[in-house]
Design a protein around this ligand. Sequence first.
Ligand code: SF4
Length: 196
Amino acid sequence: MASAPLAQQANPSSLPQTAEDVRSKQLEDASRSFAFTSRLDALVAWGRKNSLWPMPYGTACCGIELMSVVGPKYDLARFGAEVVRFSPRQADLLVVAGTITEKMAPVLVHIYEQMLEPKYVLSMGACASSGGFYRAYHVLQGIEQVIPVDVFVPGCPPTPEAVLDGVMSLQKMIADGHPRPWTKQWQRPTWIKPIF
Ligand code: SF4
């Protein structure tokens, strides 16, 4: 048998309500004036994305450009990421800004391993991302060969706006809970020996 047209179907909100329903609705309305609900993981992600503590790993000209990102004009503090730390144990965002030589790779890996979890990596500029114009045996042709990278910022050097865009992309990734298999599956490359 065909069902009744939609307009004739019972609307739950138009049904007579019991006293208990009314009390429950009043309680719900009252609670909205002083409380809100959210998912715990969304709240944690919100806190994480707005309190990144970057560790600058500046080795060349990109490092100079990175300084202007933190300065008053571009003001990284607007994104909650101005607490620059120079100890990996106090940082959760590694910003690699500059050329990384093969000799430096073990140091970079060592620093990455010492950072807090969850940790993120931003590769700033052509040199860090691909070796840049150094097509040479002694330069690492991209830091993702030794550590997992979340965001690549192109440019030589990237503009401060591009770096901020990279930070915002990372924030979105954290807020969305974007899966990061490159980080989960990361293992120290076999050719990198422990420093200590
Ligand atoms: S990408 Fe360009 S600006 Fe950045 S370190 Fe390399 S050469 Fe310097």
